[in-house]
Design a protein around this ligand. Structure first.
Ligand SMILES: [Zn+2]
Length: 158
């Protein structure tokens, strides 16, 4: 069962970053689904169980670097990931957000462009309390992420 730890413990568990945090995560993450240059995966440290990330495998930092075709591919994968979460986990709704920034002095961000897809179960949830590690970080095992990935994958292929 995924467990929740506090932000400080999650940060202490992270391996030291050698470069781009998301590029490193993509190297070791087991993809749920890949299409063109885009990858869907369940992160080791999430804001909720079922939190999925959609990212280009290529390191890109701004929307200006993305072609319309690549952006539409990422967005469609995020939409399909939300559909998969709706069908498998039955949340009240899903948040879909791109929060990355090439700026290095912002909290809770990464320069590598990515999209969060987060299932929401509480009617009173707000983005400011969900899209942060300040209220805890959900940690899952590789087996738990693989099992969820198997459930989501069947909804992502078309
Ligand atoms: Zn990167």
């Amino acid at each position: 069962m995924p467990t929740t730890i506090d932000r400080a413990e999650a940060i202490a568990r992270l391996p030291p970053a050698r470069g781009c945090w998301l590029c490193e995560l993509l190297e070791r993450a087991e993809p749920v689904f890949c299409e063109a240059d885009a990858v869907v995966f369940v992160p080791e440290y999430g804001v909720r169980w079922g939190h999925v990330l959609v990212a280009p495998r290529t390191h890109l930092e701004t929307f200006s670097e993305l072609s319309e075709e690549r952006w539409l591919c990422l967005c469609d994968l995020a939409r399909r990931a939300a559909v998969a979460l709706e069908r498998e986990l039955s949340p009240l709704r899903c948040y879909v957000a791109s929060l990355g920034s090439p700026a290095t002095d912002l909290p809770m961000t990464c320069p590598h462009l990515h999209i969060h897809v987060v299932p929401i179960y509480a009617a009173d949830a707000r983005p400011s309390t969900v899209l942060t590690w300040s209220r805890g970080v959900v940690v899952s095992s590789a087996a738990e992420r693989a099992e969820l990935g198997d459930r989501l994958r069947k909804h992502l292929s078309g």
